[in-house]
Design a protein around this ligand. Sequence first.
Ligand code: NAD
Length: 485
Amino acid sequence: MSLLDQLNNSGQTHLLIGGEWRESSDGNRIDVLDPSTADTLTSVASGNEDDALAAVESAATAQAAWAATSPRERATILDRAFQLMIDRKDELAQLVVQEMGKALPEAAGEVAYAAEFYRWYAGEAVRNLGSISTAPGGDKRIIAIGQPVGVSLLITPWNFPLAMATRKIGPAIAAGCTMILKPASDTPLSALALGQLMSDAGLPDGVLNILPSNRSSKVVPAILADDRVRMVSFTGSTEVGRTLLAEAAKTVVKTAMELGGNAPFIVCEDADIDAAIEGAMIAKMRNGGQSCIAANRFLVHEAVAGSFTEKLSAAMGGLKVGPGLEAGVELGPLINQSAQDDMIDSVATAVGSGSAVATGGETGRSPGFYFQPTVLADVAPDNPVLAREIFGPIAPVTTFSSDDEVIALANDTIYGLAAYLYTGDLARGMRISEAIEYGMVGINRGLISDPAAPFGGVKQSGVGREGAHEGMLEFMETKYIAADW
Ligand code: NAD
């Protein structure tokens, strides 16, 4: 039986509150679509404000006992959850494809990536060290200990429905926090599947509550207004992030914000062009371009722009597009109709401002929310398409002639999440990396995500880091105890 059938048959398309699967209190449900056909897959319960407060109550009730568990106990649960995800990777991958659309090999990659956050934080759980020191005046000892921040609200996007959830659940569990997870309305099923999996791994009832809702703008403020909630960890658009920062300010809730990006992919004239194409295909096309760290602007030295554009067009044009579960498919559909409309509009905007379509440019297939892999050539630096987060399979190519020029172009955005850089000269690569305003830089690499690395952005791409040791600190407070003995 598929995981989707299991969820449907066992009532696990409801809300998970205090270990119980419940309908929403007003019976409201959200239809979940298959993006490869636009047909409805199933529906899930959609929580309202009453359900949100019930979830807060459940998390708050579980908090003290959960914080008192030993780090080893929490680590053991995370280790078991890692193993369960690996054991169930085929069915989880299939579910991700069904609701999100990505090609099956990519979904399998996401399951492995998502599971690694549990393995990493199983290790971090037992390394919460703290410190003791003597004050400079010699009058006291300064003791600093880490404690869980408390009840946390986790809000995730649809593009990596498993990994964006485990990247928050893992450190929250390791730190000893209870939580309410609000997944994206387009992809609630993967999150709900994690609910049962975490329970099978031994997570006590009430530690992880899951609240799908298509009434986020009411439900989330209701949760943040409850002063038992001490943390909001959000991954999503900069626009919604700004709203949440304002909302969190009212009760001075701790925030971690992983927001949008506009990643430059810089190719210097001394780069290995074939390696740059290989990196470009990963940085642009991972998840069909629907990634916050997706290469959004190709900034290519004028001496190699012609050959780079030609080779990129051939590689992009050669991708097999189709339903994610079909054998051999490399690019699935976009998430929804609005995403497809955005691609149509991005191409029209770019072409309207003087750029040329080197390959693709059309939706290509129907039904389903498809868009052809597209390369745009002759994109002037002031073309408005370069200011948007494209979030799909479109690669605009712009040229530059000096390092100073490309640094200025790269920094000419409100975003500062990820950047990529190809050069044969590592010293030049380091110089440019230090001069560009980004939280993450890939030098001669198109893939930078790693659970052990601090992931996050500067400027309007966010506040805080996920993954690594830093990701766990987001879910902790430092308590200072002054002691004389
Ligand atoms: P989104 O901001 O529309 O939604 C994200 C989440 O916020 C969803 O769960 C949604 O239901 C919820 N939400 C929407 N409106 C809300 C409101 N008014 N109040 C409270 N919650 C609300 O983003 P999306 O379309 O799901 O995801 C794409 C965006 O996410 C892109 O901008 C992408 O760059 C960003 N993203 C960032 C990272 C990162 O790590 N920096 C990772 C993945 C995606």
